[in-house]
Design a protein. Structure first.
Length: 364
């Protein structure tokens, strides 16, 4: 699991020290505060540290990782050059990233194995605002990441499969690489065997909400919603909010979300009504309970409250949580963090909700 991230001079962050929970991590803040940047940077570093399918070396080398980290950061965040990710200030600025890992969920530094494991997977890298295509390694992992991450962008991707992968691989497209990564996971075959019961239980509420099952045409690779009594419905004809559920259902049915170590989800609430947000909250907590470390960026007070409610009432009380509030100041964005939602400041969405309630009550 990802234990902590230490960041200096990254985009809008002069300095940020984040300590993560083994289960659920929720990042909130106004637009432009860097929520997506945090998710994408952590995803990029972990994904680049995974063993590529064509690797001929048993363990990562510094030379390989220097380029792999830089390439992934540029491909995911889409700056014009790597150095553009450094915080914008007069003169040359240096960005530093340090990610530490622990062996098991809830791991502690009191565990004698922790320091060795942190050195094995720990990443410390930097680059200047003038850097083009390589990072400088302060600490290099000696092993590949054991479990790859998954990234869910704000929009659904099932309508992009399977044509988007070939298009992305053969042409220079101005799309972030998380789309390509996730599309490749969506096209994996469904799981058979001992995990089918667990998968079926997780799929049931999603399929009830969608009104059918997600199926894929074996010849074309196109996705459909199989509706009882109505046949197959083309995915572009399905409501976009339900297509997000379809993407989630597909990655559960392939076993992807049971095997990966991390899920990064940018604004899960987008295009979903309150009833479906409740369902998404349960699925997120189910994944945490199953050992997936989840990172969510959100604007939704409803989702925040639902996560809090369900951890106290739906059997998820053992899921470890951590909340992070981002706030823009004169010197850049600062972060407060806590294991309790109401202890993070400022919780702008809560303040605005209360202000709107007051304004609404004044009408009568």
């Amino acid at each position: 699991m990802l234990k902590s991230a230490r960041i200096k001079n990254l985009t809008v962050f002069p300095e940020a020290n984040l300590d993560f929970a083994a289960g659920l991590n929720v990042i909130v803040g106004e637009n432009g505060c860097g929520k997506s940047h945090l998710l994408k940077v952590m995803y990029s570093v972990i994904a680049a540290g995974c063993n590529p399918s064509n690797a001929t070396i048993p363990n990562p080398t510094q030379a390989y990782l220097q380029k792999a980290y830089a390439d992934k950061l540029v491909a995911v965040l889409r700056p014009e050059s790597l150095g553009r990710l450094a915080r914008r200030k007069p003169g040359t600025e240096r960005c530093e990233l340090n990610l530490a890992f622990s062996r098991a969920a809830g791991g502690s530094r009191k565990n004698p194995l922790f320091d060795d494991y942190a050195k094995t997977l720990g990443v410390s890298l930097g680059f200047s605002s003038r850097s083009k295509s390589e990072v400088a390694m302060e600490s290099t992992p000696t092993q590949w990441q054991p479990k790859p991450p998954v990234f869910f962008p704000t929009r659904e991707l099932v309508t992009l499969c399977p044509w988007f992968i070939g298009l992305y691989d053969n042409y220079h497209l101005q799309f972030e690489e998380t789309w390509r990564d996730t599309c490749s996971l969506l096209t994996a075959p469904t799981v058979k065997g001992p995990r089918e019961k667990q998968i079926a239980a997780m799929l049931m509420p999603l399929e009830e909400a969608m009104g059918g099952k997600v199926v894929v045409d074996a010849i074309t690779g196109n996705f459909y919603l199989q509706v009882p009594g109505e046949g197959k419905l083309e995915m572009p004809l399905v409501a976009e909010g339900l297509r997000k559920l379809a993407m989630l259902a597909r990655l559960i049915s392939t076993g992807t979300l049971l095997e990966q170590g991390y899920l990064f989800w940018d604004e899960p609430e987008t295009n979903l009504n309150s009833k479906l947000i409740k369902l998404i909250a349960k699925v997120i907590l189910d994944l945490c309970k199953g050992g997936i470390q989840v990172f969510v960026a959100t604007h939704s007070l409803f989702l925040l409250r639902e996560l809090e409610i369900q951890t106290h009432t739906q059997g998820f009380n053992n899921v470890h949580k951590r909340f992070f509030a981002l706030a823009r100041g004169e010197q850049g964005v600062t972060i407060t963090q806590s294991g309790v939602m109401l202890e993070i400041e400022p919780l702008v969405m809560l303040d605005e909700e209360l202000h709107q309630t007051d304004r609404y009550m004044q009408l009568s």
